[in-house]
Design a protein around this ligand. Sequence first.
Ligand code: C5P
Length: 473
Amino acid sequence: MASITVRNLDENTKQALRERAAKNGRSMEEEARLLLGDTRDTPDSEYTSHTRILPRVQDEILDSTDLTDKRILLIIGGGIAAYKCLDLIRRLRERGAAIRPLMTKAAQEFVTPLSVSAIANDKVFSEIFDRDDEHDIGHIRLSREADLIVVAPATADLMAKMAQGHADNLASTVLMATDKPVLIAPAMNPQMWMHPATQRNIKTLDSDGIQFIGPNTGEMAESGEAGFGRMAEPMEIVSAIGHLLVPDSEPKPLFGKRAIVTSGPTHEPIDPVRYIANRSSGKQGHAIAEALGRAGAEVILVSGPVTIPDPKHPETIHVQTAREMQKAVETALPADIAVMVAAVADWRSVDEADEKMKKEDGKGPSSLKLTENPDILKTLGHHKKRPSLLIGFAAETENLEKHAQAKLKRKNADWIIANDVSPEGGVMGGEQNTVKLISKSGVEDWPQMNKTDVARRLVDEIIEHFSVETLEV
Ligand code: C5P
């Protein structure tokens, strides 16, 4: 079986693939497979085109979406996938949402109202007229008191009712009466999904402004049946809800990944008041830690002594020396990603004096005996818990590419970000940076950017690396 690596495609091809995938509402992987004629996991595009109204969210779990005080009316339809609603409710409640469950009669054949009510911490509504019940609040209030109505699973029958404007049970009546956005997660047998009647209903619902999440492809509960019709996974639905209710929440494509970043210089003491250091400000490393955190990664920033504030998202561990930095990094393992940005001092004084060293009249400076510091990047490169993506920096004043390539090998890193730090460039301590990304597959020249943009672009590359690293074709 052949394989292609999207990272290896040239920038223009990659961009074209990205745009095409976004336009068709597919992941880059799905798009590439379709282009290559591989439809193993990818449904017929005729039937997918209506369904990807929301962005595909598999790789963009908005896990940290705060749904505090959001009220969601969850209509549970009658299908096997109804069991997934228990997990969906739990995950929504964890994020602060209040769930009011409404079950159709058929749904109650698949999951009991008692379980739904216990997990949702609310009564289950199911009857259109429930006059005996003190909880009866009527279909109009039910539909208006929510911020969003979610139908999951949305069966073929429920979708047909919605498309034709029926109001013959509590679910369909609420859906007719609502003035709130509606998100549906269809789930049905692939033949039912592909039936012309369902396809007509999808078009109608689409033009009525109904939002869809899924369905996905895969095996069906019926043995031997597979195809397009599996309900989206609970976390995909959570993510779609996040898109609708918290529209400016950023996607979290690195959710679930752990990253370690080193930043700043190290200070290697000579005596209690003097130390060996360099001009690193920590701006680049801190910006990368922040950008990784914003993309959803769990980030441990190990920072040498800097004057800039700790970034907002990551946990920051403050250290002084290379040896302290190494210890903090190793303690933070395992990690999926490590970006070693710190300008670690290569040498330290062999004997740190306990008292301030005295200047003696008439005598020249006493010589300083140095010893080598541990190389943290190299240690990680050969570590038994080596992060799967290991990135180093190479600050050079001459022969940038050659030195960086050598460093890539020597330290067993995956990528090296090489930058020219000759004093005339003003990189050390400055706001701008001009870098090259060097990997085993080649060299990418990036234009001059400020350090925040370098961080964002690097994080985009990291996201791409993890989402579409290798496509088997
Ligand atoms: O060998 P050089 O210092 O140029 O390598 C730079 C890269 O190695 C950077 O990623 C830096 O953070 C890392 N490094 C390290 N520990 C050292 C020296 C460098 O992690 N002692």
